[in-house]
Design a protein around this ligand. Structure first.
Ligand code: AMP
Ligand code: MG
Length: 409
């Protein structure tokens, strides 16, 4: 096996890739109710004040706060009850000095009132009057007009990925349809004569296909739409045919395995034949994942990932996830992370990035990161890990006891 010719650092590889990749965001209109996890492709301004009428936050009596000042259980304020605010309707009531109106949670504050006394702090004297035992300040127990959001204010900016609360917030404003980024279609091609579908029982020498499925799941998580092209044998013509079809149909093409330099590894030549400028990077100084291919072929990103399942996932996160995010016009993902101390030394060399899988252990003296050791063929090193630590390019290792940032998987 010959060595990879020019190995680049991950930042240098990414820079070169970006020089040839101009992402354009395709958009579509969808129902806001269906937009969970989608990325907004427009900046939305509020069409109204929310709420657009002042509302009570409690059950009680709408009052003029000044009428309750100084009230105590022994010296209560007497107020005349002039009516009840109906739910779901504007109130015609107009309170004068010394007057109160029954109001329920969410009910409109009638004209002349500026606060609500909780029913618990009042006592009915008779059908027409109450005693207030506790004063309220102006505005107390009232949501003001526009307190949630003001008319004309920016509701959400393009690039925001929508969580359940954003869906609720948009629908509160009557924004029932929105423009979002279309999900990039990501073709996944597994290659290798030894790879069989998971439904099949492998014969000696065969293995079940992991990468088609773990990578498809990563595509979905990144906001893309996975297209699985199945398992392609180590046959130049078969791989070319499948890769051409994927290149025509998808926005991003990912080849799993065959990315190295053995005579059986055809990914690099096949990718290079898909369009201009072709292969940009072959070999990245990352462990695991050195035999990685980055290409742009007639405007479409194409990746050749190592077949080892751990390498494939690490490299996918490093290069394919940001490419999907770029095609979504999405703000950077905020990945959950925790600080922990390392239980043992980790060796590395300068000029290489290492991604080390770790388990987390809560001990009496705090959180510890326990490296899960294992070769990059072993998918269960990922299953048994809760996160990843990165040993940076310029570091030649981390020492036991050192504080590290663990990116939670
Ligand atoms: P390669 O990148 O072709 O040198 O493959 C590296 C290792 O990954 C080999 O042991 C392959 O058998 C294994 N491998 C390749 N493709 C897959 C796959 N889809 N699922 C699981 N393992 C794979
Ligand atoms: Mg192979």
């Amino acid at each position: 096996m010959t060595e990879l010719f020019t190995v680049r650092t991950p930042p240098a590889a990414w820079q070169l890739f970006l020089q040839h990749f101009q992402p354009t965001v395709r958009t579509e209109r969808i129902a806001t109710a269906d937009a969970l996890d989608r990325v907004l492709a427009e900046t939305l301004l509020s069409p109204q004040d929310l709420p657009d009428f002042a509302r009570s936050t409690v059950d009680g009596y709408a009052v003029n706060a000044a009428d309750t000042y100084g009230a105590t259980p022994t010296l209560p304020a007497f107020l005349a009850v002039t009516g009840e605010v109906p739910m779901g309707q504007a109130s015609a009531l107009q309170l004068g000095v010394g007057e109160a109106a029954i109001v329920h949670t969410g009910g409109m504050i009638p004209a002349g009132a500026n606060a609500v006394v909780m029913v618990e702090h009042t006592q009915r004297v008779d059908g027409a009057s109450i005693e207030v035992m506790k004063p309220v300040a102006e505005g107390e127990n009232v949501i003001q007009v526009g307190e949630d959001i003001r008319q004309g204010a920016t509701v959400l900016s393009a690039g925001r990925q929508l969580r359940p609360q954003e869906i609720g917030g948009l629908l509160a404003l009557g924004i029932t349809e929105i423009t979002v980024a279309a999900q990039p279609r990501v073709a996944i091609l597994s290659t290798g004569d030894e790879v069989v579908p998971p439904t099949q029982t492998p014969t000696p020498g065969q293995i079940r296909d992991i990468n088609s499925y773990s990578l498809a799941a990563l595509v979905t998580r990144a906001g893309g739409q996975p297209l699985r092209y199945g398992i392609i044998p180590d046959d130049r013509t078969a791989l070319e045919t499948a890769a051409r079809r994927a290149h025509a149909e998808a926005d991003i093409i990912v080849l799993s395995a065959g990315s190295s330099v053995s005579y059986r590894d055809m990914s690099v030549d096949v990718i290079d034949g898909l369009g201009r400028p072709g292969v940009l990077v072959h070999g990245v100084s990352v462990r695991p994942g050195k035999p990685t291919i980055l290409a742009v072929c007639d405007g479409k990103p194409v990746f050749g990932l190592p077949g080892n399942p751990v390498s494939a996932m690490v490299i996918f996160d490093l290069f394919v996830t940001p490419t999907i995010r770029a095609l979504l016009g999405a703000n950077p993902l905020l990945q959950n992370q925790v600080q922990a101390r390392l239980t043992r030394n980790i060796a590395s060399t300068t000029g290489r990035e290492d991604y080390v899988q770790v388990r987390l252990e809560q001990r009496a003296d705090g959180l510890w990161a326990v490296p899960v050791l294992g070769k990059s063929n072993l998918i269960y090193t990922l299953v048994n890990a809760e996160g990843t630590i990165k040993v940076p390019l310029d570091s030649n290792g981390l020492a036991a006891g050192e504080w590290v940032t663990v990116l939670l998987a």
